[in-house]
Design a protein. Sequence first.
Length: 357
Amino acid sequence: MGTNDGISPEFSRGEKDVPDPSLGIPADAAEDVIISIDHITKVFSNHQTVTAVSDVSFNVRRGEIFGLLGPNGAGKSTLIRILTTLMKPTSGTAHVGSFRIIEDDEKVRGIIGVCPQNSTLDLELTAYDNLDFYGRLLDVDEDLLDKRIWELLGMAGLSDRAYATAGTFSGGMRRKLEIVRAFLHHPLILFLDEPTIGLDPDARREVWRQISLLNTEQTTIILTTHYMDEAEKLCDRIAFMDRGRLITLDTPENLKKAMPGGDLLEIGIDGPAGPALPLLQRYTSINRVEVKDSLLVISSNQGNSVLPQILNDLESLSMRVTSISIRSPSLEDVFIYLTGKGLEESVPGEIRAKGGH
Ligand code: ADP
């Protein structure tokens, strides 16, 4: 057994109904809250003052995959560094499990696993030795370490490469090894900072599968990403951050439902689409119609049910339909709606010249 409070290699996620404060689970946790963030602000004061995180408060529930989504410079990594005790906030506080991030930092470190953005694997060591070395650093019980390493190599699909050096691995394999490494000591909470940055689409999908698999052990997973497809695919709930601030927080479905306009129907016409406008304007379920030459772009809260009626109308006008597509608003649409800009746009935190206003 490790010497750190809160590390218990034998701890099984199956025991989750029996909260134990020594494992960092608050016995009186409301709604199964595992992280509560209370008005955290972080200001960097070098040659200029940057408010990287600005008065952020929210809770993370036990067992969920929680996404922090925002463009580069939004403050995601800074918030993760604070929650993982690598950095102190300028003001505010947070509880991770039942521990306070500033006063109980060592205990917090005992119940979390962290996979940073930049690789920290030793490329000259084998996959097995990378895990073994890290397990010893974490003080995982030697009698349990070997079994756990093989379990994790199996989860990562790397059992047959256990004795190959990490330097011979693809980017995706390295990333998976690094993710399971953070999982060696059965952390209650796993922090992943941009887990698929720089990976090709196949490797990204592999890593997603890996993350979902780890979540089946009921570990809470917090990940930062600026890829909306990643957040949408993996996360139970998503917090949008921009310029250090929390913009909104909800499930991907609810975030999209909150967009006015609903589904987007795109109907291609063999000829000018303008003559259809007067007929379409009769529908109360249609919020907006845009004509782009021979394309009708219609936003409606009931896209599926209104589509057949629109097709009838077009037929009555002898307008031939050449294409139809119907899509829900994406998280990117929601982000643009809320902030006026896309996720790929790099936006620095709030910057002021030192001494300026
Ligand atoms: P994200 O992870 O969303 O890309 P970061 O948390 O890395 O955002 O950065 C938020 C803002 O804080 C950026 O403007 C960044 O330049 C600034 N920043 C981050 N770390 C430091 C630091 N150590 N010193 C000064 N400024 C920093």
